[in-house]
Design a protein around this ligand. Structure first.
Ligand code: ACM
Length: 543
């Protein structure tokens, strides 16, 4: 039983069988815990073919879901006793849900299947007493659905995979140069034009290969509402990202007036079909500001404040070459009395910070938004190492640590020749296990501004769900333990024990149908011989 991932704070394992899950087992759910009741019925009920009918409060032989406000908000206590059954007390409805995730792991890998594989078999929950709560309140995964579109069902499946690892933030990278993925009713061309490209670079941008199949797709507004509701049911917050003022070629190809029309012929642009940092950025005009206010109005409607308090505006990798050449941009700099193009970017971001704050939301952006000054209340995703996060946290801004050197899961996970389309640093399962979100030297006050951490998955070299699975797993399991469990300092972490627990976890992932990278390396169909990556030690992938 001692094979939980992420590891709990305290586990008392008495090793005796205590509780048999069977047709007579009920679920009793206190008011407020209904989402977990529904989830247990739909997952464990399906996996074991059991009704798990509603039971009377206080009756025995049940899975009992309760709230206990003395526990930490996302904390829980799970106890199995002979007379009562399984009791999950949570500090909040989310805590109860994380306790239910632990219960599923206690029931063995078959609990991760969608239908019973041994009908009539005995499903035993060992006697146990677990106390648990997360280290960080922000435990996230960013998924880039722009470079390669992931159909809605794959997104819902990823939310289930996050929940299974007690991760609670889904950062949804919805727009980029290579595709606009969310329906915006007032600007239909964003998806009519911006969601499709004729062909796609196959491999790193230096590769000479092209996939000549048109690629695209987008989520309708109802798809988005469904994704948001599905996440909320699993106590996952969604952070939508609309990337501005860089990474915007898909939007400009749909509405050429958004680009720097006095520098290039923006009507000639199409959705970008290759990778890298793109010079075609938004023009700093009133037209652009009003346009994106319109976009964000619909985004705020789709992503309600209770589950999406943060709105991500990107802000990364915005080359300033066109602004340097643009008379319009230079006039704006002069009119605003700005020192240069960096301050123009800052002005752009501040505009949306003010706009979002006035509507009760908080802006978050990549650490470039620090350049030229950051508005109060804005938060930072620190991706270019720890430095941006440290500077932001020391200045009193909230920070999410996601340094590319450690937790970019698009980077290859082994130095061998068989990794598919290998890019970036070698970051093994053990490297991720030894990732520490709080860098040494951070003051105590600044450390309190580190909300947590997230792993990021950019999909340039991931054409479909199987490729995403391969890059994400098993490393997301190690990442989840870093984000949830109170692990010792990196060098003192017991990776051998984590690997031991992974033996069971691989069986869970098998039951879930996850195409993870096996410990021995890629299977023949997971390799991509002859497709160029960029396996240069020490270099970021986009160089
Ligand atoms: C990033 O990786 N450009 C945030």
């Amino acid at each position: 039983m001692d094979n939980l991932i992420p590891a709990p704070v305290r586990l008392n394992d008495q090793g005796r069988c205590a509780f048999l899950l069977d047709r007579s087992t009920k679920i009793t759910a206190q008011a407020g815990t209904e989402s977990t009741e529904r989830w247990l019925r739909s997952t464990l009920g399906a996996a074991f073919g059991l009704p798990l009918a509603p039971g009377r409060e206080g009756a025995g032989h049940a899975i009992q879901l309760r709230l206990d406000p003395t526990l930490e908000p996302e904390g829980y206590r799970l106890s199995t006793t002979l007379d009562m059954g399984v009791v999950i007390n949570g500090g909040s409805p989310a805590g109860v849900f994380w306790g239910a995730q632990t219960l599923r792991q206690l029931l063995g890998p078959d609990a991760f299947r969608s239908a019973p594989v041994s009908p009539g078999g005995k499903t035993v929950i060992p006697y146990t007493d677990i106390e648990d709560s997360p280290r960080f309140p922000w435990r996230g995964l960013m998924l880039d659905v722009s470079r390669h579109f992931l159909p809605k069902d794959d997104v819902l499946r990823y939310l289930d995979l996050l929940a299974a690892h007690k991760l609670n933030v889904f950062h949804f990278h919805l727009t980029d140069d290579q595709g606009w993925r969310v329906e915006i009713k007032r600007y239909p061309r964003l998806t009519e034009v911006g969601a499709w490209r004729d062909r796609t670079k196959y491999g790193h941008r230096a590769s000479e290969l092209w996939d000549e199949t048109p690629h695209g797709g987008f989520y309708t507004q109802d798809d988005i509402r469904e994704i948001v509701a599905y996440a909320a049911e699993r106590h996952i917050r969604v952070v939508p990202e609309i990337d501005i003022p860089g990474h915007s070629q898909a939007a400009i190809s749909a509405y050429p007036e958004l680009g720097n029309t006095d520098v290039i012929d923006t009507t000639a642009l199409s959705v970008w079909d290759t990778w890298g940092v793109n010079p075609n950025v938004l023009a700093p005009t009133d037209t652009t500001l009003r346009f994106f206010e319109g976009v964000f109005e619909e985004i705020l409607d789709l992503f309600p404040a209770d589950t999406s308090p943060f709105i991500h505006v990107g802000g990364d990798e915005c080359p300033k070459d066109q602004w340097k050449e643009s008379a319009t941009a230079q006039a704006r700099i002069a009119e605003l009395g700005l020192a240069g193009e960096d301050e123009l970017q800052s002005w752009f971001i501040r505009h949306f910070d003010t706009w979002l704050t006035a509507r009760g939301r908080r802006l978050i952006g990549w650490d470039e938004i620090l350049e030229g000054g950051l508005a109060d209340g804005a938060a930072v995703s620190s991706w270019r190492g720890y430095a941006g996060g440290i500077a932001a946290a020391e200045a009193g801004h909230d920070v999410v640590m996601c340094p590319e050197q450690q937790v970019y899961l698009d980077h290859r996970q082994d130095g061998g020749p068989d990794e598919p389309m290998p890019i970036g640093y070698v970051r093994t399962l053990e490297d991720v296990y030894r990732f520490e979100p709080l860098p040494p030297g951070l003051s105590e006050a600044a450390a309190r501004h580190v909300l947590g951490t997230q792993a990021n998955v950019w999909t340039e070299v991931m054409q479909n769900r199987a490729r995403v699975d391969y890059q994400v797993f098993p490393r997301l399991a190690a990442f989840a333990e870093v984000a949830w469990s109170r692990l010792p300092a990196p060098a003192e972490r017991d990776f051998a024990d984590f690997e031991r627990r992974m033996a069971t976890h691989y069986a869970r992932l098998d039951a879930l149908g996850v195409d993870y990278r096996p410990p021995g390396g890629p299977l023949p169909w997971q390799r991509r011989p002859g497709v160029l990556g960029r396996p240069i030690e020490g270099a970021p992938p986009n160089v």
